[in-house]
Every structure is written in structure tokens, then in C-alpha cells.
Write a protein that binds this ligand. Structure first.
Ligand code: SUG
Length: 444
């Protein structure tokens, strides 16, 4: 048996973190649209969560924010002149494109890619497919830079295969690991790869909100990664209609345990049966929460299931790391307490404050990409991107120097934000040793 660990790579929250209401069907983001954000508090909350996980003994990496505003994207729309003029004209003539170009959405690293560990892949490498995030304009701008960031973190092509995103077209709409759960007996052993899709690419979709993942995208990823133990399951239409824009809003899994809301899947019994059949050498445990115990609306507002479910060194039961919003919701809190009180697989619940991200619909699980790595693979990662006590302190000081305290949506049109953001990213390039030309502005 190969031993392996589950590392987390979190998206460092960028200087343009804002509430622009860009994601239809994401109820928190729509509710908070137009409010002022606090980018500095946001990045510090994210960094503190990373440190918490590192302190608990899990390898923790940092994925750098993307260049925003995305001036090259706006130039591609025909806006010309100086960078400041491009931004100013776009806000005047095409504000929706301008808002998309300013979003700090790469922070939600669960949407960065789908990952297949070496224990499950056909060629014994760790495979990554950056998500094309085709459904939302602002998120469709991410995948090329995400690929670059993954290549910086996982530089050895003998061990890591970083693919291009799936062809960016509606038929192959893909949202990455937010719709993937891996179950296994031990991280280094072959697992079940549960891939959850919302719609079939060739059937009409008539739900009130977009279904962001197609069955065909999930199939293509499993095929190109050579992923063993693949189980495809349909996300329930009721869940999407209720505001479940990703499966990880109602479902999380770790080792042999799948923790989910009763409305997560269109066919719960069929999904459980398929997982049981695919599970090689272990008996999966399903912890299902009923609609009576936690109505879907409370599951979504409290983000109980958008928690990190982790196996900590030396502990036999799993730990659930929830946002403080879960504690603030009486029903969700009661479910969490019951889990710990029972003799089930989850032995501990902890709370983290990621409120700035939560207000855009991004909980603790959205902010991280899980990557299962053997000892040799871990040793082959870029050490400068690993969060240590020292890097945490340096990044917190960096954010204090560069990030604004508050940012109203109208401030996104301020041309000074271009220089501020680039200044911050330039310094970050050195801090994380990302190499020359990592960002588009460094290549011109
Ligand atoms: O894609 N919010 C993100 C939240 C992503 C959460 N990720 C996971 N569940 N894994 C989204 O809807 C809102 C940005 C805005 O409206 O400005 C946004 O993109």
C-alpha cells in the first residue's frame, strides 16, 4: 500500500474582491450584489484558514490570484488606448464586461481543476484538468492562468499532468472539483471518483438557474485522466432550483464517508449503489441529512456541507471544518452537534471565519483544491508556494500594504486599481517564486 496525504491548495483572495452579483443561481452572491466589500479582511480570513489547516498538520499551498482587471480581455473586445482608458471606456460602454474583468473569482480554488491522484490514473501521474467555467462570463476568464499556476506548483511533468481545460463550449461546461468527490479506504489506495453533473449537453435545460456541469464534461475528464473507479451521478434538479450551483454546496466526502443532503442527487439510492459497486476493498459510509432535519434553504444559507471534511494525523475520526454561518444557523448547528455526539465517522466540528467569501457564495470548501500526493509527489511540489508560518506572516504583511480596506462596486472603475493590483502581484511573484512573465502585464 502506498501512503499518501491530502494536501490543500487555496486560492489567495485578490485585491479586487467585490460583490458584483455576477453568478445567477448563487443566492448569496445575488443577495449581496452592490454592497461594499473588504478585500483586506477577505485575504486575511483566507490566509488564517490556510494557516489553521497547516497547523492541524495538512500540507497547505497557496495559488496566486489572477491579474484583475483583465485588461487583455477588454482589449480583445476592441477597447484601445492606455490601460486606464480601456478600463474607463469599458465601464462606460460595456459595464457587464468590465465587471467580469474585475472579479476576484479565481479565489475559489475548488473550481480551479478536477484532480485525479496517481493511485487512480492510468499512467500513474497526478492529473489536473483546469475547469473551463464556461457558464459564467467572469469565471470563463480563469482557466489559462489557472493552468499556469498549477504548472508552477506541480512543475515535474514526469509526475504531474496539467492538461488544458476542456474545449470551452456549453456542451462541455465544467466547474472542476466542486463537482467531484473521491472516496477511498486510505488516500494512497485506489478510490471511487464520484463526478456529479447537472445537465446532459444534448437535452434542453429548463431549470430556473443554470446547470453548470454537463454529463459529457464529467465523462471527458474521467476518460482523459484514465480515472479508475469513476461513478457519474446526476445532481438533483430540485437542488439546482433551490440554489445549489455546485454539488459541493450539498455534499462533501473524505476517505470512506460521504456526507450529503437528501436532495443532493436525482437518484440517491442509485448513486449509493453505484458507489458501493465501485468501491474496491472498503464499505462506503453514507451520512445523509433529511429535508426535515435541515431544509435545503438552511443547508444553502448555513453551508453545512460546504465544509472541509478532513482526516487529521493521529485521529481516527474525521473533522468537519465549517464556516461560522453553520454555527449561527440553529438547525445546521444542531445537525453538526448530533454528528459529533453520535458514534459516526465525524468526530469533531470546528468553525472558521470566511465571511467575506461566504457573502459571494464561497465557503471553506470552495476556497481549496484537494490534491492527494504521495511522499515523492509532495517533495516534487514548488516549496515556495507552501504555506509556512513565515510565508503566512509575509503574505499578511504584503496584503496590509497593498489591499484596500473597503471597495464599493463603483470603485472597480478607478484606474488606480490597475496599478495597485499589479504592484501587489509583482511583489507576490517574487514571494512565491513564480518566475518571470507569470502575469500578462509582466509579459508586455
Ligand atoms: O462561481 N461566486 C462563485 C462562488 C464559487 C463557489 N465555489 C464552490 N461552490 N466550489 C461562483 O458562483 C460571485 C462573484 C460575484 O458575483 O461578484 C461568484 O463568482
Amino acid at each position: 500500500m502506498t501512503s499518501a496525504v491530502e494536501a490543500n491548495a487555496d486560492g489567495l483572495i485578490g485585491p479586487t474582491h467585490s460583490y458584483a452579483g455576477l453568478s445567477p443561481g448563487n443566492l448569496a452572491a445575488s443577495l449581496n450584489a452592490g454592497q461594499a466589500s473588504n478585500p483586506r479582511a477577505a485575504v486575511l480570513q483566507g490566509l488564517d484558514k490556510m494557516k489553521r489547516l497547516a497547523d492541524l498538520g495538512l500540507p497547505q499551498f497557496v495559488l496566486p490570484p489572477h491579474e484583475r482587471p483583465d485588461i487583455p480581455f477588454l482589449r480583445g473586445l476592441g477597447f484601445g488606448g492606455s490601460d486606464a482608458a480601456v478600463l474607463e471606456r469599458t465601464w462606460k460602454e460595456a459595464p457587464t464586461f468590465a465587471a467580469a474583468a474585475c472579479s476576484a473569482s479565481p479565489m475559489w480554488a475548488a473550481n480551479a481543476a478536477t484532480v485525479t491522484p496517481s493511485a487512480d490514473s492510468a499512467d500513474g501521474r497526478v492529473h489536473f484538468t483546469p475547469a473551463n467555467l464556461h457558464t459564467n462570463l467572469h469565471r470563463s476568464l480563469e482557466h489559462a492562468q489557472t493552468k499556469r499556476a498549477l504548472e508552477a506548483l506541480f512543475p515535474d511533468p514526469g509526475r504531474f499532468a496539467v492538461h488544458d481545460a476542456l474545449w470551452p463550449v456549453a456542451h462541455l461546461a465544467d466547474e472542476g472539483a466542486a463537482n467531484h468527490v473521491r472516496l477511498c479506504a486510505g488516500h494512497g489506495e485506489p478510490g471511487v471518483n464520484l463526478l456529479v453533473w447537472g445537465r446532459d449537453a444534448f437535452e434542453a435545460w429548463d431549470g430556473p438557474w443554470p446547470a453548470r456541469q454537463t454529463r459529457q464534461a464529467s465523462e471527458a475528464i474521467a476518460r482523459r485522466h484514465g480515472a479508475s473507479g469513476a461513478v457519474l451521478a446526476q445532481q438533483s434538479r430540485a437542488a439546482i432550483a433551490g440554489g445549489t450551483f455546485h454539488n459541493d454546496v450539498v455534499c462533501v466526502g473524505a476517505l470512506d464517508t460521504l456526507f450529503h443532503h437528501a436532495l443532493a442527487f436525482e437518484d440517491t439510492a442509485g448513486t449509493h449503489a453505484a458507489i458501493r459497486t465501485a468501491a474496491n476493498g472498503f464499505e462506503p459510509i453514507f451520512v445523509e441529512v433529511s429535508e426535515a432535519d435541515l431544509p435545503l434553504a438552511d443547508a444553502i444559507s448555513s453551508y453545512l456541507f460546504n465544509s472541509m471534511l478532513v482526516s487529521l494525523p493521529g485521529e481516527s475520526r474525521l473533522t468537519l471544518i465549517c464556516p461560522t454561518e453553520t454555527r449561527d444557523n440553529a438547525r445546521a448547528h444542531a445537525v453538526a452537534q448530533r454528528l459529533v455526539g453520535s458514534n459516526g465517522p465525524i468526530g469533531r466540528v470546528e468553525y472558521v471565519d470566511v465571511r467575506q467569501s461566504m457573502r459571494n457564495g464561497g465557503g471553506p470548501a470552495c476556497l481549496r483544491l484537494r490534491v492527494v500526493l504521495t511522499g515523492d509527489e509532495l517533495a516534487a511540489t514548488n516549496p515556495a508556494m507552501r504555506l509556512t508560518e513565515d510565508l503566512h506572516a509575509r503574505l499578511a504583511a504584503w496584503a496590509g500594504r497593498w489591499y484596500r480596506e473597503t471597495l464599493a462596486p463603483a470603485d472597480l472603475a478607478d484606474p488606480a486599481l490597475i496599478d495597485e493590483s499589479r504592484g501587489a502581484l509583482d511583489e507576490l511573484t517574487a514571494l512565491l517564486e513564480l518566475g518571470g512573465g507569470f502575469y500578462p502585464f509582466q509579459r508586455t
